[in-house]
Ligand binder design. Sequence first.
Ligand SMILES: Nc1ncnc2c1ncn2[C@@H]1O[C@H](COP(=O)(O)OP(=O)(O)OP(=O)(O)O)[C@@H](O)[C@H]1O
Length: 299
Amino acid sequence: MVLKLERVTKRFGEFTAVSDLSLTIPEKEMFGFLGANGAGKTTTFRMILGLLDASSGNITWDDQPLNYSTSHLVGYLPEERGLYPKLKVREQIVYLARLRGMPKNEALRELRSWLEKFKIPEYENKRVEELSKGNQQKIQFIAAVIHKPRLLILDEPFSGLDPVNVEQLKEAVLGLKENGTTIVFSSHQMHHVEELCEHLCILQKGSPVVHGSLKEIKRAYGKKNLIIHADFSLESIKDFPGVVKTKPTMEGLELQIEGEQVAEGILKEIAGKGLLRKFALEEPSLNDIFIEKVGNAYE
Ligand SMILES: Nc1ncnc2c1ncn2[C@@H]1O[C@H](COP(=O)(O)OP(=O)(O)OP(=O)(O)O)[C@@H](O)[C@H]1O
């Protein structure tokens, strides 16, 4: 049950929104899809779901194209939320579940279990328009997963949620992954992707600029972060060879350096100058990598 995109391109007239994109997403994987605004994430999702035709290339799930006949296997949380405001939560979810071939009783059972999980059982008979935006989002999430899809596409699932709701949704998503669901999600918040995904792709203007496992992406980036807290002046190491960037902090300095050997050199340089409270070498954050790879998309 592999999701495969092979050399997928989407043009809108003269404009190319997605260009020559190839991805393989294995079963039971949580895959992060990143990119600046307008990079082509939603367009890619719509092509995966068969809502848009690719201009060229192939998209398959378990070697089959995804279309109307496979819709019961797929769940989608769209970026623009689309519930019927006047309908009650129960009517809405049961209706959507039945469209995907689920019997009413089973849909109700599943809905109640999700409402319990999200600690909002009292919303079953409320109209959607009566709920806060965050709670509407939870209902929309339930609508995407009620029929127990094997492949789940989540466009910005965490946007607009408070920290407690973000945690609840993360737990829900991790539970689905443990049960064998393949999940692809987009996010502008790098820490969510760092926390949840083994593999990811960063799109820039429709083309992948970074693709692979999070660990390998960080290793391949080469640069590392060095955090120093000291009771003496660190002025002299700002110009140390191999230091790419420096940022003063309350307790000392945060540096971006070219590699571990630079940290060793710095440690020798400052040894004996006074009390060194912290000297920590860290992997680059996904945020650092995103900004370097995609930063110019904002210029
Ligand atoms: N139907 C359409 N007709 C013409 N251009 C479109 C259409 N749909 C999307 N685009 C363009 O394709 C590009 C990619 O849009 P898309 O919505 O896929 O980006 P995104 O990565 O999801 O962005 P965001 O993070 O802002 O949601 C944008 O420049 C957008 O204006």
